[in-house]
Design a binder for this molecule. Structure first.
Ligand SMILES: [Fe+2]
Length: 618
């Protein structure tokens, strides 16, 4: 039985194919159409389906759309307020110029609604010409269509992928049809939602609002705000905390607010950063961490579960994730690597597959890695390199010879095996460099045309993790919260709220050691760099002494593991800098051709693609 998952309503369009409980393939449309996030999250673009990603997923199983049994679309339009399945729409010619009914929240919502409702027809009739082969022959009767609620798709992407038989589940994002935050339990093959917060009350939307205020692109650049936060003092923490009004049921309301009135004119893109921008980012970030801890605390108490699975775009905030990990509330915290909307294609497909296999309701798949995208054999890569008349040579020992280049401070495009699913490059489509010299960070930011304040992240051999990095203990976390409060008090704004928020849960639930806190294959948690090691990997250490670490095991990525081992043999350091193989504004490379184009249009020194090496000669 084949189940195709599709995410298309907002952005990060993606597809996923599940065969009898096992994920066969998953990929984001942006990697194929070369438009960041696939499309803008606008009503006008809701009709666009990820045809390229769907075509790729079907090709892995060597099937056509007509062979698919179920299609799971990660949005349920009938949950939009006031809309039934037999509704009739009349769309004014100029929606934004006309008055619109009370049931709609924006003049463009009817257009969005219509596009989403017609997605099945669009799927069978709208494929672009060059992809017709795999789509032709399918009709609306070929498969069963399912609209899966957006947050249920996020939740399933966590609990049906995490390595837990049962667990607490938390999702946080901007918004779905109605929900923005959900807390629930996965147990005995059943999912129960315990609490839900609806629009307009959304931590994700608050974060997006500040992202826009700071001159970044919302629903895209939130991670830049997180990076900016490390340079600020949380002078406005109490302001942001005061915007979040809590209730007893694991829910909250965001109070009306006006950032411009409070903080003055917004920063425009390209304007210089001022200290107030850093301070605002720091205040927001810590308020988010406190809010997430409060939700996690409530969920821990209500669910009684010891492990937590998370998803939703806010769960890409690796500082927030680390606070939850270090709080001691849960034994293990697992975050879906495609935590943003792309992951809802995977969650929706797994959920419908799970529902359809009633007589055989066993989980057959656990997400052990994120390498679910296209791969290219050495034969295919060499055929392309020859065709393009490019100079290359075949390496006898890819790991050792690449490690030598890296030890010589060369910056390398690394293209190996199946592409990652989710926003992080994890050693399949990565730019790699040595962490040994501090100036490498600036060099990489310059190469990628990124802002100076952005850190670059390290990969480390799984078995060496503890020698170089550590997670904070509960005690350390509370000490840091107290120091934070003292800092805020000195700035005249402290009232003890920060530690209360950051140490949430310490009274109500017994605290536990962080089992498996050193297992971080998806770069979704920050860690502290051991002080005695920090000066050996200066380029990988953020201004606050932390690093967003990826641990690399031989089972998940043998070739990358071999490279890290070879680099350690040569330098004594089992760490490399790993940043995504793209430049600003572009999606991560997918095909050999993308890699070659990126290589020759940037100052990269070498490209290691499969078993082949391309170098630039000065
Ligand atoms: Fe979402």
């Amino acid at each position: 039985m084949y189940t195709l998952g599709i995410n298309a309503a907002y952005h990060d369009s993606s597809a996923c194919l599940v065969r009898d409980g096992t994920v066969v393939a998953a990929a984001e449309e942006e990697r194929f159409n070369r438009i960041k996030h696939g499309k803008r999250p606008l009503p006008f673009s809701a009709w666009e389906l990820p045809y390229n990603a769907i075509d790729y997923c079907l090709s892995v199983a060597d099937i056509a759309l007509s062979d698919v049994d179920h299609v799971a679309y990660s949005y349920e339009p009938h949950l939009l307020p006031g809309h039934s399945e037999d509704a009739h729409l009349s769309l004014p010619l100029r929606p934004s110029a006309e008055s619109f009914g009370e049931e709609w929240s924006s003049p463009w919502e009817p257009l969005f609604y219509s596009y989403v409702v017609n997605a099945p027809r669009q799927l069978v009739g709208g494929a672009p010409h060059h992809l017709k082969a795999r789509f032709s022959g399918a009709t609306l009767e070929s498969f069963e269509w399912h609209n899966v609620e957006h947050h249920l798709a996020h939740e399933a992407s966590a609990f049906l992928a995490a390595p837990f038989e049962h667990c607490a589940v938390m999702t946080l994002d901007g918004r779905g049809e109605r929900a923005t935050t959900t807390l629930g339990i996965w147990r005995g093959g059943q999912f129960t939602r315990l609490s839900q917060v609806d629009v307009p009350h959304s931590l994700g939307l608050l974060y997006e609002e500040v992202t826009s205020y700071l001159g970044f692109l919302h629903s895209s650049d939130e991670y830049k705000v997180m990076a900016l936060a490390s340079y600020g003092v949380p002078l406005h923490l109490n302001y942001f905390l005061s915007l979040i009004e809590w209730n007893e049921e694991g829910g909250f309301r965001i109070q009306p607010h006006d950032l411009t009135e409070k903080f003055g004119p917004a920063r425009r893109k390209g304007e210089a950063f001022e200290q107030r921008h850093y301070d605002m980012a720091a205040s927001l970030q810590i308020a988010l961490e406190g809010a997430a801890l409060k939700l996690a605390d409530w969920l821990r108490s209500e669910s009684g579960e010891e492990n937590l699975a998370m998803a939703g775009g806010v769960a890409l905030n690796c500082v927030m994730n680390a606070r939850i990990r270090d709080s001691g509330l849960f034994k293990q915290v697992w975050v879906q690597p495609a935590a943003g909307d792309a992951g809802t294609a995977l969650g929706a497909a797994l959920w419908i597959d799970w529902q359809a296999r009633q007589d055989d309701d066993k989980r057959r798949w656990v997400m052990e890695h994120a390498y679910l995208g296209p791969d290219f054999s050495d034969e295919e890569i060499e055929a392309y390199l020859r065709w393009a008349k490019l100079p290359y040579r075949k390496l006898d020992d890819v790991a050792t010879q690449t490690a030598e280049l890296l030890a010589d401070d060369k910056i390398i495009g690394w293209f190996q095996g199946r592409m990652e699913f989710g926003p992080r490059a994890l050693g399949a489509r990565s730019i790699l460099a040595s962490p040994l010299h501090a100036e490498m960070q600036a060099k990489l930011n310059e190469l990628k045309d990124r802002e100076d304040f952005r850190p670059v992240a390290p990969s480390v051999l799984q078995e060496r993790f503890n020698d170089w990095f550590y997670a904070e203990s509960v005690h350390q976390m509370q000490s840091r919260a107290a120091a934070l409060n003292a800092e805020a008090a000195m700035a005249g704004t402290g009232s003890g709220t920060a530690p209360a928020a950051l140490a949430a849960g310490s009274d109500s639930v017994p605290q536990q050691a962080n089992v498996a806190a050193s297992d971080a294959p998806y770069m979704l948690f920050i860690y502290n760099v051991r002080p005695d090691m920090a000066d050996r990997i200066p380029a990988a250490v953020h201004v606050d002494g932390t690093a967003r670490v990826q641990t690399v095991s031989p089972s998940a990525n043998p070739r990358y593991h071999a490279l890290l081992s070879a680099f350690e043999q040569r330098t004594g350091v089992p760490v490399l800098i790993n940043t995504s193989f793209n430049v600003r504004g572009e999606p991560i490379v997918c095909s050999p051709r993308d890699a070659v184009e990126s290589f020759y249009s940037t100052p990269l020194d070498a490209l290691v693609i499969g078993s082949f090496l391309l170098e630039k000669r000065p």
